[in-house]
Every structure is written in structure tokens, then in C-alpha cells.
Ligand binder design. Structure first.
Ligand SMILES: O=C(CO)[C@@H](O)[C@H](O)COP(=O)(O)O
Length: 227
């Protein structure tokens, strides 16, 4: 299995210094993150408001690292394409909000982005398995979306195990990503369940040295990966 991917979430970064906060996890070497996770929240799909396309367009001009945009918004069928056209590496929409997830994935890929589908902790995986054949990432939420710093919900690991099995047997071809409550205490169980990509907000941006936190999380995940 490939090396685990680490994606720091800028939800826990200083919003007045976003360019510098991204650069802090984009230095060469083991402290370099694989992707930077950008949480877009609209205060409708989730009860919080963060940033939108104009900010992402500005970040794309200065970020020397792929941006993984997680859209926690209503009507992603209308808005997601803008993030792909702007140059986001991966654009993830929520299964609970998408009206036509297959068309959406095709449109995102046609615009040059990877397509991601996310499910909340209480959303089952099975109804989305056909649609997931068109996606490059599955983002399993391990907290209720909306806020950083929440406690990890271990029950979602059953969905990770199912997705891992489907990827390993060739029935799905995607990156299994987890988001919410990932830190030194929880990353091992997520790695053992078969996660490929770990989003971590407070565990990275709450650390004295965010780059060192990235390196430590990656090493810990690598020691505990399934397979
Ligand atoms: O999407 C979200 C929350 O909705 C996450 O990306 C959080 O930002 C992760 O933060 P931590 O739980 O790692 O502090």
C-alpha cells in the first residue's frame, strides 16, 4: 500500500495569515503535507461560515501544494465546478447535498479536478456505492461537519473497512480519506481500518511546529496501516 497522505485542515489555522499557514506545511522534506484541506462552509448545510471561491482562488495563486476543497454547502451541483475550474486539486461534495452526484463527478473531472464524495457520520455507505465508481476520493466524516476540535467518532471506521475492502478487491478505485478528530490518539485505529488520507486540523495547526506534526502523524499512520 502507498504511503499515508496527510492533509492539514486550515479550519484550525490563523485566517489572517492563510498563505503563511499553508506554506508552513509545504516545506520540502518529511514535514511537507501531501494536500492542504480547505473547508468551505455556507452556514446552511452546516451551522458555520468559513470562506468561499474568491479566497480559494487567492490561495491557489500562492499555495505550492495541492488544495483539497471540502464543500460543506447546499447545492454543490451549482457551485462545485467553480473550484475545479479555479485549479483545486480535489473537490469534495457531500452525498447528502448533491442532486446528481454522477453528473457532478463527471463535470469535476472534465474541469481537471479529482472528484470527491463525502458522507456524514450517520450516512450509510451502501446507497452511494454505484456513484462512487465515478469518484477519486471518498471522504468519511468522523465528526459532524461544521467545526474543528471535536471528538473522533470511531463507529465510522466500519465504513472505512468496507471501502478499503472494495478498493483492495478492485470494485472501487479511490482514495479513502477521513476527516474529524484525527490526532496522535486516534490516527492508529483509522490507519488500521484502511484509511489512505488523514485530514487533521487542530492536531497540526494547534501544534508548536505544524510541519513536525505532519511528519509525526504520517510516521504513526505508516506504522499502523492495514495490508
Ligand atoms: O471538516 C471539518 C469539520 O467540519 C474538518 O476538516 C475539521 O477542520 C477537522 O478538524 P479537527 O477535528 O482535525 O480539529
Amino acid at each position: 500500500m502507498a504511503e499515508p497522505l496527510i492533509a492539514p485542515s486550515i479550519l484550525s489555522a490563523d485566517f489572517a495569515r492563510l498563505g503563511a499557514e499553508i506554506a508552513a506545511v509545504a516545506q520540502a522534506g518529511t514535514a511537507r503535507a501531501d494536500w492542504v484541506h480547505v473547508d468551505v462552509m455556507d452556514a446552511h448545510f452546516v451551522p458555520n461560515l468559513t470562506l468561499g471561491l474568491p479566497v480559494v482562488q487567492s490561495l491557489l495563486k500562492v499555495a505550492d501544494i495541492p488544495l483539497d476543497c471540502h464543500l460543506m454547502i447546499e447545492d454543490p451541483d451549482r457551485w462545485a465546478i467553480g473550484y475545479a475550474e479555479a485549479g483545486a486539486y480535489n473537490v469534495t461534495v457531500h452525498a447528502e447535498a448533491a442532486k446528481d452526484p454522477v453528473k457532478l463527478a463527471k463535470d469535476l473531472r472534465a474541469a481537471g479536478a479529482k472528484a470527491g464524495l463525502s458522507i456524514k457520520p450517520g450516512t450509510p455507505l451502501e446507497p452511494w456505492l454505484d456513484a462512487l465508481k465515478h469518484y477519486d476520493t471518498l471522504l468519511v466524516m468522523s465528526v459532524e461537519p461544521g467545526f474543528g476540535g471535536q471528538s473522533f467518532i470511531a463507529d465510522v471506521l466500519e465504513k472505512v473497512r468496507t471501502a478499503r475492502r472494495l478498493v483492495d478487491t478492485g470494485q472501487l478505485k479511490l482514495v479513502v480519506e477521513i476527516d474529524g478528530g484525527i490526532n496522535a490518539d486516534t490516527i492508529e485505529q483509522a490507519a488500521e481500518a484502511g484509511v489512505d488520507c488523514f485530514v487533521a486540523g487542530s492536531a497540526v495547526y494547534g501544534a508548536d511546529d505544524p510541519g513536525q506534526a505532519v511528519a509525526a502523524l504520517r510516521a504513526q499512520a505508516a506504522r499502523h496501516r492495514a495490508g
